[in-house]
Design a protein around this ligand. Structure first.
Ligand code: 4AD
Ligand code: MG
Length: 465
């Protein structure tokens, strides 16, 4: 029976209890008294467990004294109270088997010293062995579970939306094209080069930028639904908050207006922040200590207060009157740049802010038009340190208004007739939002770059792993 290190450290183990653990060596230290102290981790919690090995154990000199960082081990022993700081128990080993050696410890890329994040990205397959990537992975997992739990508890239906699609939901033209290739019989152009432009069985298709349009169809009969999956944007932006492949959470609720969507987003964020503070206290303590000293206090203060809500028009006025020198000029109608969003969240409100009712000309075709003729019922949630973390809206449920918007914006109707059907048969006011999951993980951990919170980041020129 193998125990996880987390279950040993979390439980109230009895002294003398026999345990078996399997994991990897983080460090080894030998005392003059003929004892070795191994820090062994298995990914189940932040802390490694201390294993004490006496020189009387089999293969002490030939194996134990040769263990280096990264070696994998299978250990049996008994628990005893730890005399060292921090930990309550340690394992006194009675058997130690080396499962895998590290070929050349001198060149092992994950030596226990501190590495830069750039360096770790170049070793994306090995970085989960580090403290920081392990902590990120557990927090990410906890957030994903909390999101599913949040919706499940509220009777939302989890809908699996397709990744291959013919339409561009956001209309931003940032699509990856999907082609079929017959590897045995590659299509070639007259110069003999492979022709990658061949369609998906005769139709032009893309990787989805959002599951929203599909999830809306389920919303129009199942009432409360969400999708949570990968989405793709072929934007050539090299920033610390953009990925070409990222995960998005998209709930959609029927019989709802914009303020219902904002309420749902606020409730969901508070729920998952609470979950991560309770369930990953160990990792969050590490982030607060080593990455961002406000990592914990920031979430605590959000859980205990209401989000600010401000109209786009008022937000623009704040920016115009704040006296800050912006690179991009501010006036009503602009699509706010990151510097504007961050000013509002970081300097003006100093907490997440929900901006509502944006000019229709900078927003997608499906957003519900407000009566003023100029704005749509859209909302973005802006977070300090990141900017936009959530984007959502009430949807246009009136067919004539939707058609008029599609015409004005040159959205081809032939691929979206099914979407228009939803307005023909029993239409209801509805809306939802998209939460950028990787931006959420960035925000929660305080990590500076989104590439360090997703296992294998996909950005321009970054597909090695
Ligand atoms: O604002 P966006 O484009 O909204 C939609 O796609 C809607 N269809 C969502 C909906 O209403 N169901 O994207 C939603 C969120 C953004 O707020 C941002 O957090 C994240 O997705 N996002 C990205 N995250 C990482 N890298 C990128 N390139 C991102 N683009 C958007
Ligand atoms: Mg957006």
């Amino acid at each position: 029976q193998v125990s996880s290190i987390s279950s040993i450290l979390k439980g109230t183990p009895e002294s003398g209890q026999k345990v078996r653990v399997q994991g990897w060596i983080r460090t080894r230290r030998d005392s003059k008294a003929g004892l070795s102290f191994l820090a062994v981790h298995d990914g189940s919690c932040f802390d490694p467990i201390q294993v004490v090995v006496e020189s009387s154990i089999e293969h002490y000199e030939s194996q134990v004294l040769k263990l280096t960082t990264g070696c994998s081990v299978d250990i049996e022993g008994e628990l005893k109270p730890s005399e060292g700081k921090g930990q309550s128990v340690e394992i006194l080993a009675s058997r130690l088997e080396v499962v895998g050696w590290v070929d050349d410890p001198e060149t092992y890329p994950m030596s226990p010293k501190r590495h830069t994040f750039e360096y770790l990205r170049e070793h994306a397959h090995l970085r989960p062995r580090t403290n920081v990537s392990g902590a990120v992975a557990r927090v990410r997992n906890c957030l994903a579970h909390a999101i599913h739990r949040f919706f499940y508890e509220r009777e939302f239906l989890y809908v699996h939306t397709p990744l291959i699609t013919a339409s561009d939901c956001e209309g931003a033209g940032e699509l990856f094209r999907v082609s079929t290739l017959d590897m045995q019989n590659l299509p070639r152009n007259d110069k003999g080069a492979v022709d990658y432009s061949k369609d998906f069985f005769g139709e032009e298709t893309f990787l989805t930028v959002s599951g929203q349009l599909n999830v809306e169809s389920y919303c129009q009969s199942m009432s409360r639904v969400y999708t949570f999956g990968p989405t793709f944007r072929a934007e050539n932006s090299n920033t610390s908050r953009h990925l070409a492949e990222f995960w998005m959470v998209e709930p959609e609720i029927a019989f709802a207006d914009l303020s219902d969507c904002a309420d749902l987003a606020e409730e969901m964020l508070k729920y998952v922040f609470k979950a991560v503070l309770e369930e990953r206290a160990d990792d969050m303590a590490f982030f607060a200590q080593r990455v961002d000293k406000e990592a914990i206090s920031r979430l605590e203060s959000i859980i205990n207060a209401s989000f600010v809500r401000v109209d786009y028009t008022d937000a623009i006025r704040i920016l115009e009157e704040c006296g800050e020198k912006f690179e991009f000029p501010v006036s009503w109608g602009i699509d706010m740049a990151s510097e504007h969003e961050r000013y509002l969240a970081e300097k003006h409100f100093k907490k997440p802010v929900i901006v509502m009712n944006y000019p229709k000309d900078i927003k997608a075709f499906y957003m519900r038009q407000n009566d003023d003729g100029k704005t749509v019922a859209a909302m973005d949630i802006l977070a300090p340190g990141i900017g936009e973390i959530v984007g959502g809206s009430q949807r246009e449920e009136r067919l004539d208004r939707l058609d008029q918007r599609m015409d004005e914006m040159d959205i081809p109707k032939e691929h979206l007739d099914w979407y228009r059907d939803l307005r023909r048969y029993g239409t209801v006011p509805h809306g939802g939002f998209g939460l950028g999951f990787d931006r959420l993980v960035t925000y929660v951990t305080g990590m500076a770059n989104i590439r360090d919170v997703i296992p294998f980041p996909r950005t321009p020129k970054n597909v090695a792993f």
